[in-house]
Design a protein around this ligand. Structure first.
Ligand SMILES: *[C@@H]1O[C@H](CO)[C@@H](O)[C@H](O)[C@H]1NC(C)=O
Ligand SMILES: *[C@@H]1O[C@H](CO)[C@@H](O)[C@H](O)[C@H]1NC(C)=O
Ligand SMILES: *[C@@H]1O[C@H](CO)[C@@H](O)[C@H](O)[C@H]1NC(C)=O
Ligand SMILES: *[C@@H]1O[C@H](CO)[C@@H](O)[C@H](O)[C@H]1NC(C)=O
Length: 502
């Protein structure tokens, strides 16, 4: 019994010694790196005093800090994760040096680095003028500061690194990019590690940095842990500053849809070619077949995320029940514009956060309109069946036979869209406008506003078979199913990802 009991004890002893030895090495290396930083660091408020005595004292106090914090920090510094991370980043940065993107004298910043493994890696390979920022400081490698408000002056750094998917996790990639561009010196480089690897996301990355920088290198890197097994490394160079990224997208007239978008559109669910005999079932079920854009591509590198519900009706009718719950949003917060002219629905919108109500009708120009109150056969005015019906310019009113009508303001939807969103925003539109789509869609093309829309859910109104009365078509709409199909097909052929809505 004795030897068997002693053996594990002996093993434990050896392991403990090994561990302590490892920890000692880490501390020595740590102290070395910190001391080195003291000698050459020039990073303003991060750096230690130039006076040798003070510097010595500070070094000592920092070394003590390092030892004092050791109790908690040791566990981290000796962990496999930490060591693998430092090793990984060392090799990444050595490659960047070899590529000419990073020099040993570069003033360097790592953003959103809670542990500072990348900062230590920089210092270990001899880039001593390196510091990290993170929400929570972790001295001596990481000081407190957020990527969206980098606590350094304009033009401070030769090199900025944002690893571990920091850019794509950011709630505001545009601001993130702007802060990095601001703190980079002219001709400085920034490197990003991201997960996203599709063409759409790459192009939005390029657009995000268009105002300052060019992408100079793309690299595939094998990650060091399971959170990011495959890493895209993107390197940009600051070559200009302050070019308005909107200036090219808000120009009047035509725009062209890029080829990668056309390819994505070909991967979407197919359109329903045959006119459905029971459209109220077939079209509703079709929602399950929808291949959402956000299930095919990564939308991380966008400025803002916007959902426009044209013909929104009540909050619950599609914003609450579908968009909030079912549309795959990749954890992004979308701002919602609800366009609804029928005042019955307006009150509830006042209480909704992140929703802007436009109490007008989407139209092709600013003018007064009349609309009919929609009622299903036999339904009461205020009931569920109520919704905005067909609209007509005021001048030609009287076209609605006998029904109840109201006067409303129409606005130029396409122009509004161009004034409200930019090419760098991710824009989803749902449109249910009782036949007005046959005016609004052509207007979106004519103005080029269609290029601002990433994905559109469109209900096309035609003389559909009616649920109430078998064998009878709806008398309300003149268009046929074929004309609707043509509208969908031409949208898709132009590279617009349109889905059939119900
Ligand atoms: C720093 O850059 C920003 C963004 O370009 C600019 O608005 C600001 O005025 C600059 N600050 C200084 C002190 O130059
Ligand atoms: C992107 O990466 C994922 C896994 O990370 C992979 O499944 C997919 O095929 C990759 N796509 C491209 C276009 O490389
Ligand atoms: C969204 O966030 C949750 C929790 O933060 C995470 O588990 C999930 O993977 C994220 N989803 C996406 C698509 O990023
Ligand atoms: C239409 O109305 C909007 C909002 O009131 C306004 O900004 C725009 O200038 C108007 N357009 C025209 C052509 O009058």
């Amino acid at each position: 019994m004795e030897p068997a009991a002693r053996k594990p004890g002996f093993l434990r002893n050896v392991l403990l010694r090994l561990l302590l030895f490892g920890v000692l090495i880490v501390i020595v290396r740590f102290a070395y790196v910190i001391t080195l930083a003291d000698e050459s660091c020039t990073l303003g408020d991060f750096c230690f005093s130039p006076s040798p005595n003070l510097a010595m004292a500070r070094t000592r106090s920092h070394a003590l800090d390092a030892l004092g914090g050791a109790a908690t920090a040791l566990e981290r510094y000796a962990s496999k994760d930490w060591i693998n991370g430092v090793r990984f980043y060392s090799s990444v940065f050595q490659d960047l040096i070899a590529g000419g993107f990073l020099s040993p004298t570069a003033k360097s910043l790592c953003v959103e680095t809670p542990t500072g493994r990348d900062v230590l890696a920089l210092r270990v390979i001899g880039i001593t003028n390196a510091v990290g920022i993170s929400k929570k400081a972790s001295p001596p490698l990481v000081k407190s500061g957020e990527a969206l408000r980098i606590p350094f002056a304009n033009g401070t750094f030769d090199f900025v690194f944002a690893g571990d998917g920091a850019l794509e996790r950011s709630p505001n990639a545009g601001q993130f990019a702007a802060e990095i561009a601001r703190t980079l010196k002219p001709e400085g480089f920034a490197a990003f590690h991201v997960k996203a690897n599709d063409t759409y996301s790459f192009n939005s990355f390029v657009d995000l940095f268009k105002f300052c920088c060019n992408v100079v290198k793309i690299n595939d890197v094998l990650g060091f842990d399971s959170s990011m097994p495959h890493i895209k490394e993107l390197i940009v160079k600051k070559e200009r500053y302050g070019i308005d990224s909107d200036s090219y997208s808000n120009s009047k007239g035509k725009c062209s849809v890029p080829d990668y978008m056309k390819k994505l559109v070909r991967n979407a669910e197919s359109l329903i070619e045959e006119e459905p005999l029971k459209p109220w079932i077939t079209l509703k079920r079709n929602v399950k077949n929808i291949r959402y854009l956000t299930s095919m591509i990564d939308i991380s590198f966008k400025d803002r995320y916007v959902y426009v519900d044209v013909g929104a009706r009540s909050y619950g009718s599609s914003i609450g029940s579908w968009f909030r719950k079912q549309y795959p949003k990749q954890n992004k917060t979308f701002h919602v514009y609800a366009i609804e002219a029928d005042k019955t629905f307006h009150q509830e919108y006042g209480l909704k956060k992140g929703v802007t109500l436009l109490p007008y009708a989407a139209w092709v120009r600013n003018e007064s309109l009349v609309f009919e109150i929609n009622r299903g056969p036999g339904e009461k005015v205020q009931g569920k069946g109520r919704g905005m019906g067909r609209i007509q310019p005021l001048q030609s009113s009287g076209g609605f036979d006998g029904g109840e009508v109201e006067k409303i303001n129409g606005f130029d939807f396409a122009v509004w869209l161009k004034n409200t969103v930019s090419k760098n925003d991710f824009v989803v539109v749902k449109m249910d406008v009782e036949g007005t789509e046959f005016y609004l869609i052509p207007r979106l093309f004519e103005t080029g506003a269609i290029c601002l829309v990433d994905e559109i859910f469109l209900e096309c109104h035609y003389n559909r078979w009616q649920r109430c009365c078998p064998g009878q078509r709806s008398p309300k709409y003149e268009k046929t199913y074929d004309q609707c199909l043509q509208l969908f097909t031409s949208l898709r052929q132009s590279g617009v990802l349109v889905h059939q809505w119900f």
